[in-house]
Design a protein around this ligand. Structure first.
Ligand SMILES: [Zn+2]
Length: 388
């Protein structure tokens, strides 16, 4: 039998691949496939046809039946450019009870524990199957997981509950808001601003869409939140424009105005309804612009769509993680994850992973050794449970 690496050895290996979201992750995927193969586990990859330098990798161990527990992580990490690191970001360094390195916390630490668990479960033998699912492009809008989930369901017996190991300090997190964003490009009609009544300013029309968002925020803030919304800060859906550009000079009506309108939707409200409301407003304003000049328009395209994680009633994933961690508290987070995508695809889903999100994406990113060890114990207990 091939040598079984420790979780730390696996994490060290994973971190040595600089899988920043803009770069290839294939060397990491090759390594995972090879390592699992040496242990007699067949892994499968899904290569993104639009960017064939990226792939998801997944595998199944245990009986060839449905109902697996799925351990889910992403292989990409955020860039290091412009960050002052005290050591090489792609080499794990242990210091002061912490493992430093890009992705130690978010989330190659968990990925390593999941790979370790898969191999351990395979050698021990389990009564209930365990699956590994490692995606890509999580950090650029969670776009890699949905096709991976489809591919997994094609190739493997369907799993029933998913543990998404984003850093939660090993607490079960059962809800987060959804995030949906729309690139919005208004095309106006340029004239000298002294004759602005004959032109259409893309900026001033864009401002009306932004003011629509202001009005929705005020309305949402005034509403009494329901029980689920009340868990979040703030306890309502928010509409936001974080960046805008357009125009060429102060005395020319702007031909172009571009911004991203994003919505953070509380679980329980429908992202589709927010989309419909925004698009209806866009079409109203576009019609008014075109009444002023026909060569104007508003182009809208979806930039990202990360469904919310809806707290489940007596959810299987949550029940399992509560039993393993002994944590019966109610936790929600403000960041988006792939958990909502699994949930939409019919899995019970929960977030639970080692490390604190506060350390993610930072220079000198680290995971506490104690957190990593807690993650290891969690995996050992999970295997004990699956073995019965
Ligand atoms: Zn992450």
């Amino acid at each position: 039998m091939a040598d079984q690496l420790t979780p730390l050895e696996i994490m060290t290996k994973l971190i040595s691949f600089p899988t920043v979201s803009s770069e290839t992750n294939l060397p990491l995927v090759d390594w995972v496939e090879g390592y699992l193969a040496r242990h007699g586990i067949t892994a499968h990859r899904w290569v993104d046809p639009d960017q064939p330098h990226k792939a998801a990798v997944f595998a199944h161990v245990g009986p060839d039946v449905e109902g697996a527990v799925v351990l889910s992580g992403h292989t990409d990490v955020v860039p290091i450019e412009g960050q002052p690191w005290d050591s090489d970001p792609f080499t794990v360094v242990e210091r002061d009870g912490k493992y430093f390195g890009r992705g130690t916390c978010d989330m190659k630490g968990f990925d390593a524990l999941a790979i370790w668990a898969l191999v351990a479960a395979h050698h021990r033998g389990v009564a209930r199957p365990l699956q590994l699912a490692l995606s890509f492009d999580e950090e650029v809008g969670c776009t890699g997981a949905p096709p991976m989930i489809v591919a997994m369901q094609d190739v493997l017996p369907k799993g029933s509950c998913v543990i998404v190991g984003e850093p939660s300090v090993m607490r079960p997190v059962t809800g987060h808001k959804g995030g949906i964003g729309y690139s919005t490009h208004l095309v106006g009609f340029e004239v000298h601003s002294s004759l602005m009544h004959t032109g259409v300013s893309a900026i001033m029309q864009g401002a009306r869409l932004i003011d629509w968002a202001n009005a929705r925020n005020a309305e949402n803030m005034a509403k009494t939140p329901d029980d689920v919304a009340a868990l979040f800060t703030p306890p309502f859906t928010t509409c936001h424009v974080g960046m805008i550009n357009g125009g060429t000079a102060h005395n020319i009506t702007a031909k172009d105005c571009r911004f991203v309108m994003d919505f953070r939707v509380v679980p329980g409200e429908s992202a589709a309804e927010w989309e419909a409301a925004y698009l209806a407003k866009v079409r109203d304003i576009e019609a008014e612009m075109q009444a002023l000049h026909p060569d104007t328009r508003i182009d809208v395209s979806k930039k990202f769509n990360v469904p919310g994680l809806v707290p489940e009633v007596e959810g299987e994933a949550e029940t399992l993680v509560r039993a393993l961690t002994g944590d019966n508290g109610t936790h929600v987070v403000s960041y988006g994850t792939e958990a909502g995508q699994f949930q939409e695809a019919g899995y019970s889903a929960v977030i639970c992973g080692p490390g604190d999100i506060a350390q993610a994406h930072q220079p000198n990113e680290y995971i506490e050794v104690s957190q990593f060890n807690a993650g290891h114990r969690f995996m050992q207990q999970l295997i004990d449970r699956l073995a019965i």
